[in-house]
Write a new protein. Structure first.
Length: 580
């Protein structure tokens, strides 16, 4: 169907570069011709940026090298002019110390690439964990028409005929090896079988969660986020993104027209229903604040109390992976099942509402996508806890931990940094039992730095050998969405800046009550005041460079970990670049 045009060719942003009869526009046109292009390529056509996060250090986006050609095909078919712009690729596997240190750098990269170039709309190509929120953050701030192309999950892993899930089975078999239950050769075979194709992690980790969030927010085509990367449907979806973005430019359908408060509430609802990664909280809050929407931990807490987990996908589920989710009907099927919890009038990139997009979507396997009446967990995937240990909140994923730890009191065993924890954790004489609360601090946004995914602290070896596979662990770090266990994360404010976590001592009794949403250390206010007076600020993490800027401007986890100066409302909006 022809797009309802709101813009004329002379209104296009790119016309500022290409249309004037002046010396600068001469330069732009002559340099376009240097690339072999002719006026027929650009005159009167929307220029569509393709922000491609492909790199040779990014296994999850390997297919983007060719997939970008499918996007270009769609753009050309619809009468647009594609312009591929490489962006920071943020490989969750290889980038150290943690990709979270660089999420905001990619967000800045995306925003400024769009601002500085002659583009009218953008296809955002991402998927591996931080790339989704980062690209969306940049596109929201720039607010030109944008569509998100999710990389899609890789195929199921395989080892000796057993299905392997990204991350989750790495942790599981690592513990089995430490316990002497599998051999070194087995371990090498697991290594070779756990990631069999291009695409993102195929458990409901951060990548799958955030791709589902992008689609629920209305920023991706219906069903796009569930398609396995290696499926031919993914290629067709990519070219459809190209066709659709051209129409979105003519319709002037920008992110801020899509990203209403209702859109974010929908995303939070779906986060709960899919058994989301805990990282979703941080990213959704950051995106909402960029879109000018007031979303916070309380919104997650409200959704958590009423939305059941119905996606039976690991690690919250016990069996299935994203490939199964796709065959079972994917996100549209799940959305239709929980439509009673959704704001169906929210706008999407299709130019239709979410309700129109999912109308008639079916579920083909009710064990993978459960009916609301038969969930895998009756309440939401995440719970927000508060107390004297975390006045600004912390997070636990009750659906992925042993139920007996949902109400627990035990003595703290405190580590100030990861190396000292790693050095101690396998010692036979470590004073620890299954009831101990392992604590790691100075691992938050500033302390990590970058809030690494250390929160699933290893179970001490002597306990692993006794058969223990879960215990309460608490930190100001994050954890991978593929992780599981009684891990309390994102403690805010973090220890490094003097949050109460900095004051805990080994032996203090820690009390956790998920039902009452509380987390406390049983230490008197007077004693805490004494400890605070004696607390010394740790050494600065960086003295120069990007890290220096990061530690000065990063916000806390409960505020989304954006840079303060990138938040909407920090100052006057940034103007279009001058062209002189
Ligand atoms: Fe890329 Fe998990 S490592 S999605």
């Amino acid at each position: 169907m022809a797009a309802a045009k709101k813009k004329k060719p002379e209104d296009l942003r790119s016309a500022r570069w290409f249309a004037p009869d002046d010396l600068r526009a001469f330069g732009h046109r002559s340099r376009a011709m240097q690339m072999g292009l002719a006026p027929e390529d650009w005159v009167g056509k929307p220029v569509i940026a393709i922000l491609n996060t492909w790199s040779e250090a990014q296994p999850c986006h390997m297919h983007f090298k060719s997939r970008v050609d499918d996007v270009k095909r769609g753009i050309l078919q619809a009468g647009g002019f594609p312009m591929e712009l490489p962006a920071l690729s943020l490989s969750e596997s290889f980038l150290k110390p943690t990709t979270m240190l660089y999420r905001n750098l990619l967000a800045m990269d995306a925003e400024e690439l769009l601002r500085g170039h002659p583009v009218d709309g953008v296809v955002l190509m991402g998927g591996c964990d931080k790339t989704t929120p980062a690209l969306l953050l940049g596109a929201i701030s720039m607010d030109i028409p944008a569509i998100y192309l999710p990389a899609g999950p890789m195929l199921r892993g395989n080892w000796k005929g057993k299905v392997l899930g990204s991350g989750s089975d790495a942790w599981k078999y690592w513990d089995e090896r430490r316990a002497g239950k599998i051999s070194d050769d087995d371990w090498v075979d697991v290594e070779a079988g756990i990631a069999r194709s291009y695409g993102t992690c195929m458990t409901m980790g951060t990548a799958a969660t955030m791709m589902a969030m992008a689609e629920t927010l209305g920023m991706s085509l219906p069903g796009a986020s569930s398609i396995p990367a290696a499926d031919a449907n993914h290629i067709r979806m990519a070219s459809e993104c190209g066709r659709r973005i051209v129409d979105m430019v003519w319709e002037d359908l920008t992110p801020k027209k899509i990203l209403s408060r209702e859109a974010f509430l929908n995303a939070i609802t779906v986060a709960m229903a899919v058994g989301c990664s805990t990282n979703a909280i941080i990213h959704l809050i950051a995106m909402a604040r960029r879109a000018g929407q007031d979303i916070g931990l309380d919104d997650f807490e409200r959704a958590s109390r009423k939305v059941p987990v119905i996606a039976n996908i690991r690690p919250s589920g016990d069996k299935y992976l994203m490939e199964d989710f796709f065959y079972a009907g994917g996100l549209p099927g799940l959305l239709n099942e929980i439509k009673g919890h959704l704001h169906l009038g929210a706008m999407t990139v299709t130019g239709k509402t979410l309700g129109e997009n999912i109308d008639g979507a079916e579920i083909y396997n009710t064990d993978v996508i459960r009916p609301v009446a038969n969930p895998i967990y009756k309440e939401g995937a995440l719970a927000v806890l508060k107390g004297n240990l975390a006045p600004d909140g912390c997070v636990i994923k009750p659906s992925a931990c042993a139920p007996k730890f949902l109400k627990h009191t035990g003595p703290a065993l405190v580590f100030d940094d990861y190396p000292s924890m790693k050095a101690a954790i396998d010692r036979d004489d470590l004073d620890v039992t299954e009831d101990t609360v392992l604590i790691l601090r100075n691992a938050g946004p500033q302390g990590g730095p970058g809030m690494p995914e250390w929160g699933m602290l290893p179970i001490p070896k002597k306990l692993v050998q006794q058969g223990v596979r879960d215990m309460v662990r608490l930190s100001d770090a994050r954890m991978s969405g593929t992780s599981y266990g009684a891990c309390i994360l994102h403690v805010s404010p973090e220890g490094y800046i003097g949050g109460p976590l900095a004051l805990v001592k080994t032996g203090d009794m820690i009390s956790l009550d998920v039902d009452r949403r509380t987390i406390n250390m049983n230490v008197s206010d007077e004693e805490l005041a004494r400890r605070r007076a004696a607390w010394k600020k740790p050494e600065p993490r960086y003295e120069r460079g990007y890290g220096w800027m990061f530690t000065r401007h990063i916000k806390q986890a409960n505020e989304g970990c954006d840079f303060d100066f990138l938040e909407t409302g920090f100052g006057a909006p940034v103007a279009e670049p001058s062209i002189y």
